[in-house]
Design a protein around this ligand. Structure first.
Ligand code: 2M8
Length: 443
């Protein structure tokens, strides 16, 4: 594959200086035992953010990365679910919507010691925990002994409470991490957008970011409705799988779930345990992913809406994430690389920065609106990891160069215009800083 080098300035950038700036961001966003994604827009601990943040923190202070993850595991529910937000009690309820009084986790029997949301996010934590375990040296096994049961609990919850036909379902767009992806437009059409909800609830996100870069009020009303319904059903997963209005199988979530089982196998080995159940689980999920979500015609993994039982045709970056799996059948990695470098994503091409979150050729592509086109550093890094898993080192390197160039050009923004490199969303965003540290440290 022919890969163009990133812009020539990349070579001249002072990586040490950027790393120092990144350290300042993650330190400023640290609140004693965890890192907020952003002081104003996201003033609590977010689940998958913490995993990406820990990958960066391991280079600064591995013990801090360990605390970040263990702090999140302290918010785990008795059923194993790792909630998507662990609320900081020092922050007022109205600083973020929906806050603790909306989710009402403390009303539940056996609730965790702190307030949390009731939904989950992609299980990327074992990847970070394995890296932190290795980085900690002699104390790595003590950390792993504490982290491993929480991670096993997280994946058991997904397997036992959240699967349909062997793959994990998400019951809210927020559970995918790619909240506003155009892939959710069709399933969300079935969810009424009741704008009168804003008589009782106030969006806080648009106080801190431009509304043109955030979800519309209609979509936000749907998010509120879905979360309220799950909450009012007592976060009952039998109910939500059979009666929820949004029950979707996401290739990104499932790809990361399988990948996390491979990381758990390595942690199990380190702890002197048998890794086989993790290896066979990774294989089982990979096979189901290929059988149910691979589209040879589209050259990408697609999401599936379980309610009508149909594949959703959108090409999104989530469909490229299963590339992280080394056990994909022959032909699929090559086809994914062709899609990644082809007209939908143009990765590695001159004038394109990182991996756009959505298909350039779709009329709904939007270079500024949250998850509907912009490049994000976490998904670009995941695709780079996938490329490395399949020997595509030159393109992986190019994507990491792009990550550095984007930050050098626009700062630690939440997301970036894939064509111009301009920064959007919030500033001083933690995973942008942490992943910059990670790719710089890993060379
Ligand atoms: C965004 O999601 C939150 C809801 O969870 C929001 O928009 O309020 C997403 O980008 C998500 O992937 C991310 O984890 C979160 C915090 O950075 O922000």
């Amino acid at each position: 594959m022919v890969v163009t080098r990133a812009t020539s300035e990349v070579a001249d950038l002072d990586h040490d200086q950027l790393a120092r700036m990144a350290i300042r961001v993650v330190i400023e966003n640290w609140h004693g035992h965890a890192t907020v994604p952003s002081r104003r827009l996201y003033p609590h601990q977010w689940s998958w953010d913490s995993a990406f943040i820990a990958l960066g923190l391991q280079h600064l202070a591995p013990s801090r990365a360990a605390v970040e993850l263990l702090s999140l595991f302290g918010a785990q529910w008795a059923d194993g679910r790792l909630p998507h937000i662990a609320f900081n009690p020092a922050v007022t309820d109205d600083a973020y919507f929906p806050g603790p009084s909306f989710w009402r986790s403390s009303w539940l029997e056996g609730h965790p010691p702190i307030d949390t949301s009731g939904i989950i996010q992609p299980p990327v934590h074992a990847i970070a925990a394995r890296a932190v375990m290795d980085r900690l040296g002699s104390s790595g096994l003590d950390f792993a002994a504490r982290a491993y049961p929480a991670l096993v609990g997280q994946n058991s919850y997904i397997r036992e409470r959240r699967t349909v036909d062997g793959l994990a379902v998400v019951v809210h767009p927020w559970e995918t991490g790619l909240d506003n992806s155009p892939a959710w437009d069709e399933p969300l059409r079935a969810v009424p957008a009741d704008l009168s909800l804003f008589e009782s609830y106030t969006r806080r996100d648009i106080d801190h970011a431009r509304s043109s870069e955030r979800p519309t009020d209609e979509d936000y009303a749907r998010y509120i409705r879905l979360a309220l319904a799950y909450r009012d059903a007592g976060y009952d997963d039998d109910w939500v799988r059979s009666s929820g209005e949004f029950v979707v199988v996401d290739p990104g979530f499932n790809g990361l779930w399988a990948w996390s089982e491979l990381a758990l196998a390595q942690m199990a080995r380190g702890l002197g345990r048998n890794p086989d159940r993790h290896l066979s689980e990774a294989e089982r999920i990979t096979t189901a992913l290929v059988d149910q979500l691979w589209s040879g015609a589209r050259g990408i993994f697609l999401a599936r809406d379980t309610r009508p039982g149909v594949l959703l045709g959108e090409r999104t970056v989530a469909g490229l994430i299963p590339l992280v799996l080394p056990g994909l059948p022959d032909g699929i990695p090559t086809a994914l690389c062709a899609t990644l470098t082809g007209p939908s994503f143009c990765a590695g091409q001159p004038g394109v920065h990182g991996v756009p979150s959505f298909d350039f050729t779709d009329p709904r592509f939007n270079s500024r609106r949250y998850w509907r086109g912009p490049t994000w550093l976490n998904t670009t890094w995941l695709v780079a990891e996938g490329l490395r898993a399949h020997g595509e080192d030159a393109l992986a390197r190019r994507l990491c160069d792009d990550m550095v160039a984007l930050v050098a050009g626009a700062g630690f923004r939440e997301y970036f215009n894939p064509r111009t490199g301009s920064g959007h969303g919030t500033n001083n965003f933690s995973w942008s800083a942490a992943l910059l540290l990670h790719v710089v440290a890993e060379g």
